[in-house]
Design a protein around this ligand. Structure first.
Ligand SMILES: [Zn+2]
Ligand SMILES: [Zn+2]
Ligand SMILES: [Zn+2]
Length: 357
């Protein structure tokens, strides 16, 4: 993530002595003259405006203020002696900084009527410009936390019941799958099938990033497509930013920032290349004990592809038939037609074990 700086806003603080809400960069209360307490925090005002005044901006950027150890008044980060009492502030407390105070609200808060003369005044005005009445509010009530909702009991019961049902059906399946009974069966039929693929170079449609398209590709058509996300700015990318938020600078001002990432686009192409493709499959099959691979004749430009072997054995017992698929020729060759076997058959009619009789 790249953190983009959008500017600075002045925060506010509430005077503990008289309850007045003061602009963040006011060193003492506008009403009673008390300084901000060491534990009092700067907060986000409802009305947030990016600071445009150059001098104020310089002050905001200086970083955490230092609280005078003698009179508690805040001083600029680079101050040596207190602006209020002249005391040495080397030992003073540096204000906390870096806390995220909340989302930055760029929308202006609508004007509100003055409680004395009813004329509309700016939401953050300290004093009515019309009648001169004080518009300083007292501290805002803290928001009450909403309680997490409890999960209803019937939902818990239903969940447990569902879990029990699941386990029961798994156990039932395992039992039925493993419960077998032995039958004597005869090999009624068996068959083998051996096949070889014939390959030939054919035009094949493919897609890839343009740098990976082979040089002999034809009918290449490309368009930009999302490839990856970078945390740093990159060429041919779209910047995607989150909601701006304000970070306490400890100077009475907050820095408005935005976390951004960069969705990089690159050229992605469809193209045609010649590649080996299956054009034919030559098959040999039989029911005897001597499977042989089919004879293939390759034309020019052809080559042999995958070889594939399949074996099937059918058992008959008491009017039922059971099918078995041997893995390879050596297993297949044990099942002479007419030979007798003892099969362990499970509830689903599958052969679990077998033994020559
Ligand atoms: Zn005060
Ligand atoms: Zn001082
Ligand atoms: Zn007024």
């Amino acid at each position: 993530m790249t953190q983009k700086e959008l500017g600075y806003v002045e925060l506010e603080w509430t005077c503990k002595r008289c309850g007045t809400i003061n602009p963040g960069m006011k060193r003492v209360c506008t009403n009673c003259g008390a300084p901000i307490g060491q534990d009092d925090k700067f907060e986000l005002p409802d009305q947030q405006e990016l600071i445009k005044d150059q001098e104020k901006l310089e002050e905001a950027k200086k970083g955490p203020s230092i609280q005078c150890p003698y009179c508690n008044v805040l001083n600029s980060a680079d101050a040596k002696i207190c602006i209020q009492c002249g005391g040495d502030i080397q030992e003073g407390l540096t204000r906390q900084a870096g806390e995220v105070l909340g989302a930055y609200k760029a929308d202006t808060v609508p004007d509100k009527p003055c409680p004395f003369c009813n004329q509309p005044v700016k939401a953050n005005a300290q004093r009515c410009p019309n009648c001169g009445g004080s518009l300083v509010e007292t501290a805002k009530p803290t928001a009450t936390q909403s309680k997490a909702q409890k999960t209803p009991i019937w939902l818990i019961v239903a969940g447990i019941a569902l879990g029990v049902l699941c386990i029961a059906s798994i156990i039932t399946f395992i039992v039925l799958n493993n419960r077998t009974n032995d039958v004597t069966a005869r090999v009624a039929d068996r068959s083998w099938q051996l096949s070889i693929e014939i390959l030939e170079k054919q035009p094949v449609q493919k897609s890839n990033w343009s740098e990976d398209v082979p040089s002999d590709a034809q009918d290449v058509s490309c368009e930009d497509k999302y490839k990856e996300t970078s945390s740093e700015p990159a060429p041919n990318s779209v910047e995607v930013c989150g909601t701006p938020y304000t970070v306490d600078q400890g100077s009475g001002a907050g820095m408005v920032v935005q976390d951004c990432e960069y969705q990089i686009y690159a050229s992605y192409c469809d193209y045609t290349v010649l590649d080996w493709a299956v054009v034919d499959t030559v098959v040999a099959q039989g029911r005897d004990n001597n499977p042989v691979w089919p004879v293939i004749t390759l034309q020019s430009g052809q080559q042999e592809g995958d070889r594939n072997e399949q074996y099937h054995v059918t058992f008959a017992a008491d009017g039922e038939t059971y099918t078995y698929t041997p893995d390879d020729l050596s297993e297949y060759s044990q099942f002479d037609t007419g030979s007798e076997w003892i099969l362990s058959i499970n509830t689903f009619g599958e052969i679990k074990e077998m033994q020559s009789k």
